[in-house]
Design a protein around this ligand. Sequence first.
Ligand code: AMP
Length: 520
Amino acid sequence: MYPNVEVVSCLPDKTVRRSTYADLHLRARALAASLQKAGIRPGDRVATLMWNHSAHLEAYFGIPAAGGVAHTLNLRLHPDELAFIANHARDRWLIVDDVLLPVYEKFADKVGVERVIVVPFSGSPLPRGYEDYEMFLAQGGGNPTYADADENSAAAMCYTSGTTGKPKGVAYSHRALVLHALSISLPDSFAMSRMDTVLPAMSMFHANAWGLPHAAVMNGCKLVFPGPNLQPEALLELLSTENVTLTGGVPTVWLGVIDCLEHDPGRWKLAEGLRIIVAGSAAPESLFRRFDKFNVRVIQPWGMTETTPIATTATLKPEMAGWSENRKYEVRTKQGLPSPLVEMRAVGDDSEIPWDGKTFGELQVRGPFIAARYYNLPEEQDKWTEDGWLRTGDVVTIDADGYMKITDRTKDLIKSGGEWISSVDLENALVGHPAIKEAAVVAIPHPKWQERPLACVVLQDGARVSNEELRIFLCDKFAKWQLPDDFVFLEELPHTSTGKLLKSQLRQRFNNFNWEQVGS
Ligand code: AMP
């Protein structure tokens, strides 16, 4: 239907390659046909170790079309973790970018992958034992027999990037992917249409790039892929030259972009009405306000690998149109209303919490694109209640309008003298200070209060600020007992492979923090 719609990829060497949906169609079919000729069986896993570009999109469609399961490997993980994941998933083949072969070679001898198909970018000759992707595509004749798969069979899979424990696999059925793509396209979610140009700046190896590639292809949107080029200037260049109208990614990426944009506002011309989907960790209010000045709308959803992943989105209701700006920001910075087809509740000590915007509980969700189990891990079944609700591990409030707000991960909550303190609220407020680039607030054992918040902050280049200034800055937003007792200034904060703060490492590092020196 959309043969001339473009698929644009910025390659590892920063050159831009342009192709079309007609190419995507032919090449995804060619991949499916070649996989079938090579003997793929229904349900066989074909792993990918790739950046965001058109060949990865071909794998998203070509592998399931052949009856296989596209298993996206997270190229930022440790080689031992990658080996564990590839073995646990029983990956049979691997498609890998040539520039990522060094990543594969670090765990190659620990996995039983039968064939390794390499997408050539650098032009260097392939080492022995690898097959060229273009030659592989040419081998199958280009006419696959579409798999007569049950809609509940797996089309894709991805492992959680958990901050603790072993990675856990989530299989996405054809049905879940289609319903999820429809759900995020709806007007009150991301409002996607064929008029959009979509740039997924979240990784295609992290929860299907939040479903954007599937939904974009379903709607016929022009697609722009950044490859590994996620630096603020590179992204701004692509956003403006390709006239992108919908993009998204984790807060860190967009905090970098807004710094760059504010620094040199005349340099880039962004599309009228650009929307940026920001999730993965809480998007700070300052990010919404700063982008609004450029007429760019930040939209915050919430989700997990286990929820395909988008399960809630914070967009306003019509009766809120007349609310004050501050009140509207308060709603937009929540994680939002459940997507259609998703049921949501939060559970306190024993029972469901009231929707009063104050009471805390663990968020639970259920629905046709929410996973019901992990792949081949029956011992992890207690992540689900007996009646099928997924226990998310996120602590939330839900207000009377139905908007959910994440206050913490269950393990990150701070309990001081019997009262809960939200580390996420403190972090969001801190990054609103012009001197602060990033902040993590963690619970540290305290002799009197059981736990107290300690703020670990990274300053903007060349910026200076004192503890007292930061305390005063936070004072009008928080009660005195909620303020961090101390601030430590660090060069950088530890992150997981998908850009989330690794607070467990900070807690360990400061576990024996000497509170006496701050006199609390
Ligand atoms: P992952 O499975 O790696 O996508 O991680 C899912 C977790 O990321 C969730 O359980 C949340 O803790 C966190 N997360 C995702 N989106 C948001 C958001 N908008 N605000 C706060 N936390 C988020």
